[in-house]
Design a protein around this ligand. Structure first.
Ligand code: 5GP
Length: 191
C-alpha cells in the first residue's frame, strides 16, 4: 500500500536492525485518516471472503482492526492481556511471547465473543516472529472458529512469522512488507 509505505519512509525510526518505531501514526499517536485508508484496503483485499468477525490483540492491533471492521461491517474483538495469574471463568486463552518487550503475555477472549463455526479474520499491527497471530489461532481453535485469513499492517519479512503462517497454509495479506532494516535503512519487498 503506497500511502502506508510513504508514511513509513517519512516517519519510521529504525532501532537496531530489527525494530521499526512508528509511534507517530500507529503505536502511540494514531492517524485516523491513515487508519481509515488501511481499513478500506483490508476490506478491498478480503472482499471475496465471508467474514463474521475480526480478532486482534490489544493495544496496537485495535485501531487498524476497528477501521477494517467499519469497512467490512463486522464486529471487532480484541484479546486482552491478562496480568493476574488466575484466569476468570469462561475465557479462551493463550500465551504470547512479545518480541519487542521480551515478556510472555497471557491473552484472553471471553467465550461469549467467539462462537463455533464463526468465520474470523485476524488483524495485527506488526508481524515479526508470528507469536501474536499464533496466540490468536490457538484461541480460535479453542472456540472451533474458522480463521479465513490474516491481515497485517506492517510485516517484517526478514523475521520468521510470515514463513510460519505460510507453512500453516494461511492466507496472509500485509499492507507493507519490509525486506530489511539494515544500516538504519528501510527497504521494502517490492522496491
Ligand atoms: P510477533 O508476535 O509476530 O513476533 O510480533 C508481533 C507483535 O510485536 C506486534 O503485535 C507488535 O505489537 C510487536 N512488534 C513486533 N515487531 C515490532 C516492531 O518492529 N515495531 C513495533 N512497533 N512493534 C513490533
Amino acid at each position: 500500500m503506497k500511502l502506508l509505505e510513504e508514511r513509513i519512509r517519512q516517519d519510521g525510526q529504525v532501532l537496531g536492525t530489527e525494530i521499526l518505531k512508528v509511534d507517530t501514526f500507529l503505536n502511540h499517536q494514531i492517524d485516523p485518516e491513515l487508519m481509515l485508508a488501511i481499513g478500506e484496503e483490508f476490506a478491498r483485499v478480503f472482499a471475496d471472503k465471508k467474514i463474521d468477525k475480526i480478532l486482534t490483540v490489544e493495544s496496537s492491533g485495535i485501531a487498524p482492526a476497528v477501521f477494517a471492521g467499519l469497512a467490512l461491517h463486522v464486529p471487532v474483538v480484541f484479546a486482552r492481556k491478562n496480568k493476574s495469574l488466575t484466569l476468570p471463568e469462561g475465557v479462551l486463552s493463550a500465551d504470547v511471547y512479545s518480541f519487542t518487550k521480551q515478556v510472555t503475555n497471557h491473552i484472553m477472549i471471553d467465550q461469549r465473543f467467539l462462537k463455533s463455526d464463526e468465520q474470523v479474520l485476524l488483524i495485527d499491527d506488526f508481524l515479526a516472529n508470528g507469536q501474536a497471530v499464533e496466540g490468536l489461532l490457538t484461541i480460535a481453535q479453542q472456540a472451533h472458529a474458522h480463521v479465513v485469513a490474516v491481515g497485517i499492517v506492517i510485516e517484517k519479512s526478514f523475521q520468521k512469522g510470515r514463513q510460519i503462517l505460510d507453512e500453516r497454509g494461511l492466507q496472509v495479506e500485509s499492507l507493507a512488507r519490509i525486506k530489511s532494516l539494515h544500516s538504519e535503512k528501510i527497504e521494502f519487498m517490492s522496491s
